[in-house]
Write a protein that binds this ligand. Structure first.
Ligand code: DAH
Length: 340
């Protein structure tokens, strides 16, 4: 009797520890006509008469246990249609993995970077959480300067001196402070502004800014650099014009327009019937900025410019609503599969 109980326990442990993966193999091994359940049932004849009743109960219990396991196994494997290895055709092609595509902002950013890299500009990056000095004060925008109003942003409550940068000009400051001249960099990155979200504005967007400082850098260098950029980006037929403007960090300052790509300059709703669309701000670096960053403004001059990647992308692809860039709508994103 004791031997029988041990045998049952051993088999049970084995089943629990290592349930077969294949229901049919399990059935044959345990419940088939030559299976282990039948075999152990046969042990009844060796059990003493006074123990037969108890042994019978134990064996029935064990049989039920095995049958239950078999049902469980059948259920678990029934969702797998293939029960027989021979029916897997290994020569069939595998399932397609859906391939993602680059975000249009990344595509255009990379294109902008590659154009300027060909002119010898290196990429410089900096933190998105900035301090007041790098984002404003060093750029000739001291506290209470009215031009700060145009770049309201989000402040970090832990420290009133910290804010989310409003432009990547802060990276220009960091590079100038390193004091290694000449400087020829572009600064791509995400920036923030406290603006109401609409088709034309968002509380975050992306910029590429540029800075070239050396001896004898002139406004003519600035114009030719940007003209080259625009032709590479939008094609040889595009025209440019510079309009005088104001930025505290450049003097003189300008805004650059390109001829409208939609109407070719004839006037349409995109260019508000003017034939021109604004694409960036630029100018000669203000001597105060050079001094603030420890560069001798009597010896060095430089130009700087800054553009919104969203704006360039909208013009390039004729996208009418800025919000599309951050909504993660696959129908929109899937349209930008190829390189620019
Ligand atoms: N930082 C300006 C902005 O975000 C854009 C800009 C204008 C950058 C002129 C420059 C510049 O470097 O020279 O509106």
């Amino acid at each position: 009797m004791e031997q029988l109980v041990n045998q049952i326990k051993e088999l049970k442990d084995k089943i629990v520890a290592n349930v077969e993966k294949d229901a049919e193999a399990f059935r044959i091994k345990y419940l088939g006509t030559k299976g282990l359940v039948k075999a152990i049932m046969g042990e009844m004849k060796n059990v003493a008469a006074e123990n037969k009743k108890e042994a019978g109960q134990k064996l029935n219990e064990f049989k039920l246990f095995v049958e239950e396991k078999y049902e469980e196994l059948k259920q678990a494997t029934s969702s797998t249609p293939i029960t027989n290895h021979q029916s897997i055709d290994l020569t069939l092609p595998g399932d397609d993995l859906p391939l993602g595509s680059r975000h249009p902002i990344s595509l255009v950013k990379n294109k902008i970077i590659s154009i300027f890299q060909r002119l010898g500009f290196a990429v410089a990056e900096g933190p998105e959480i900035e301090d007041d000095f790098h984002n404003f004060t060093a750029l000739n925008l001291p506290e209470n300067h009215p031009a700060r109003d145009m770049q309201d942003t989000f402040y970090i409550s832990q420290n009133p001196d910290w804010l989310l940068r409003t432009h990547t000009s802060s990276v220009q400051v960091r590079e100038m402070q390193k004091g290694k001249l000449p400087i020829r960099i572009i600064c791509p990155g995400r920036v923030y502004r406290n603006e109401t979200i609409s088709a034309r504005a968002h509380c975050f967007f992306h910029q590429v800014e540029g800075l070239y400082i050396a001896e004898n850098v002139s406004f003519a260098d600035l114009k030719q650099t940007l003209y080259f950029f625009v032709q590479e980006m939008f094609g040889k037929d595009v025209k440019v014009r510079f309009r005088p403007s104001y930025f505290p960090f450049t003097e003189p300052s300008a805004e650059m327009d390109i001829s409208c790509l939609i109407c070719g300059g004839d006037g349409c709703s995109v260019c508000k019937k003017t034939g021109w669309v604004e694409i960036l701000g630029c100018g000669m670096v203000h001597p105060n900025v050079l001094d603030n960053c420890g560069i001798d403004s009597n010896k060095y001059t430089g130009f700087a410019f800054g553009m919104g990647i969203e704006r360039i992308t909208m013009l390039k692809y004729q996208i009418k609503d800025l919000r599309l860039f951050s909504e993660n709508d696959m129908r929109f994103l899937k349209q930008f599969t190829s390189a620019v």
